[in-house]
Design a protein around this ligand. Sequence first.
Ligand code: NAD
Length: 350
Amino acid sequence: MKTLRVNAGDGYDILIERGLLKTCGEQIKTAVSAKKAAIISDSHVAPLYLETVQSSVRAAGMETVSYLFPAGESSKTTENLIRIVAFLADNGLTRKDCVIALGGGVCGDMAGFAAAVYLRGIHYIQIPTTLLAQVDSSVGGKTAVDLPQGKNLCGAFWQPSLVLIDPEVLNTLPAHYFSDGMGEVIKYGCIKSAPLFERLKNENARDIIDDVILECCAIKRGVVERDEKESGERALLNFGHTCGHAIEKLYDFSGISHGEAVGIGMVMISRAGESAGITEPGTADRIAALLEKYGLKTQTDLPVSQIVHNMAFDKKRTANGINLILLKKIGESFIKPSSLDEVNALFGIK
Ligand code: NAD
């Protein structure tokens, strides 16, 4: 079993092992010694894995209750959040008990937020089942639901008590969600690890996925430990996301996935960086080639001016503009606070 300790919140372990779902109960009991566990999952994941998790948790001596919601981002609402919190109250969960998020990023974000606000905070365990959740959203304690006004606008920083990653569950994940997760994996290579980027280029990520997950979690762990609440370095994880969010918004969040939009964003900002003499020449092409290898888009027909205009409304804008994330070269990233005029100039917009 591979273990990473995260020194954030009360401190917690990320455990990575094939078949871990079958023995998750013992690990959970050791981490939180709960009497009762509320398993939150979605309508796609539950038929595949709920029974396994439930049996293991019960075998470890905990009582279980489970709450299922319809799969998909449209479920990540305040209404569902309140339903989950009410479910925890109806089932008498106490501060000694725990929530288990069994699913992708939607489940982890919403169950994590429910755990953050129920009784002013109870333990929760992440059991991520998508690649995106295994390499990104399950680690670091960002929890949230969406508002009609925008994604993830209502949430809290609340670190999990344990993250259990079983790479075997990726065998049932539809291919386009695997590609989506690869967008985030490639991002880690771009911002922090040239060796990871090279490995993804020279090998097939599926063949080395356990190593890839470990490396991504290790990178995220380091960033989160140094900047838990995103007042500095954690913003590097947003590489490609400011352009990406603008693109997703222009597509009205349909017809393009988050991973595809971020991929296009990473190429776009790197091309702009190259033109400005900030980014090593050839970087954008190298990123585009890797995205293509893993089935992701690298460009859009949307006019650059429209994308850049929409970036000005990003929820992470500052009073003075936007914190752009740029690469010096693959594996070396930095934050460039930029006024809107500077952003326009970088993208060659008059
Ligand atoms: P998701 O949770 O909707 O999962 C994608 C789909 O895959 C769903 O239909 C789900 O039911 C299905 N699925 C999950 N695991 C499966 C499996 N093993 N086999 C078969 N089907 C499976 O989406 P996602 O891409 O995992 O996560 C996206 C969410 O993550 C967004 O809401 C985003 O805001 C959030 N996010 C959060 C953070 C964070 O730091 N908290 C970071 C990145 C993204």
